[in-house]
Design a protein around this ligand. Structure first.
Ligand code: PBG
Length: 322
């Protein structure tokens, strides 16, 4: 006698019966890029991210009208402002692009979970995630601006904030700001374990947020480090994070697995722009099967331990299921 693993693989129904990992609509979060523009119908495809667009508010609302009925549960918003300066003023302007966009979305889709990326890089003339002095990104002076930004998003009506800047102590400051202003029930999804990754390349084109000098290695994590991921996750949980994110996903499955085993909290993973673009490019060349690789990559991320996945494939998965 020997083990006959093939018995349970003989038919499609049997394979379905014993499948261990599933991708459900409620696991997925679709990112959107919203542009502050006088043409609200503005829509421009991002060359390095086929199928993803920079959109004016009206164009995004039109898109949501199509996708929401397919089972879309949650989105994360990135803003591209008209004005950038050295203190990211439009990030926390109550009439800023994200603040306006939140109101318009929640008006029409009150049940859709609207998450906002809280960062300053898209709003800074130099493209860094914090205040720069003497060529160095300053930690503590940046915290106040992050808290102001998060609070302005929540006041506009978003359901959750997701700080992605990687300054130390920002979860604490943001939690305090929300609590003191009557938003004790608004959760924080922290980009707790965020690596200085070259897989963000296409995003920086999409969000127009590439740093004008230097790089982000003095605040984002070294891809070589794993113990540090535990320290970062622990710190953010102690400061009040509700959901812990690991980013990127596919090259960091061991990190997702470690974090999900160590912390009894919901774990999110961000399948980032470069991961998406690689699949799109290889599929376009005819070298891989687009839909199969898309599903396999998401299954891998979930199997590693992610409960939630931020993915540019969300819309496509919802369309495929319906
Ligand atoms: C903002 C931010 C970035 C991403 C999400 N939030 C870029 C960066 O840190 O440079 C990357 C997302 C992606 O690549 O899809 N700080």
């Amino acid at each position: 006698m020997f083990y006959r693993g093939r018995r349970l693989r003989t038919t499609s129904n049997l394979r379905d019966m014993v499948r261990e990992t599933h991708i459900n609509p409620e696991d997925l979060i679709q990112p959107y890029f919203v542009v502050e523009t006088n043409d609200p119908g503005y829509k421009k495809e991002i060359p390095s991210m086929p199928g993803q667009f920079q959109r004016g508010i009206k164009s995004l609302l039109n898109r949501l009208e199509k996708i929401y009925p397919l089972g879309l549960r949650a989105i994360i918003l990135f803003g591209i402002p008209k004005q950038k300066d050295e203190k990211a003023s439009s990030a926390y302007d109550e009439n800023g692009i994200i603040q306006q966009c939140i109101k318009r979305i929640k008006d029409k889709f009150p049940d859709l979970i609207v998450i906002t990326d809280v960062c300053l890089c898209e709003y800074m003339s130099h493209g860094h995630c914090g205040i720069v002095k003497n060529g160095y990104v300053q930690n503590d002076p940046t915290l106040e601006l992050l808290a102001k930004t998060a609070l302005s998003h929540v006041k506009a009506g978003c359901d959750m904030v997701a700080p992605s800047d990687m300054m130390d102590g920002r979860i604490k400051i943001i939690r305090q700001a929300l609590d003191q202003n009557g938003f004790k029930n608004t959760p924080i999804m922290s980009y707790a374990v965020k690596y200085a990754s070259s897989f963000y390349g296409p995003f920086r084109e999409a969000a127009e947020s590439a740093p004008k000098f230097g790089d982000r290695r003095s605040y984002q994590m070294d891809p070589a480090n794993k113990k540090e991921a535990i320290r970062e996750a622990r710190a953010d949980i102690e400061e009040g994070a509700d959901i812990i994110m690991v980013k990127p996903a596919l090259a960091y499955l061991d990190i997702i697995s470690t974090i999900s085993k160590n912390f009894p909290y919901p774990i999110a993973a961000y399948q980032v722009s470069g991961e998406y673009s690689q699949i799109k490019a290889a599929a376009k060349m005819g070298w891989i099967d687009h839909d199969m690789v898309m599903m396999e990559s998401l299954i891998g991320i979930k199997r590693a331990g992610a409960d939630l996945i931020l993915s540019y494939f969300t819309e496509e998965i919802l369309k495929k299921r319906s």
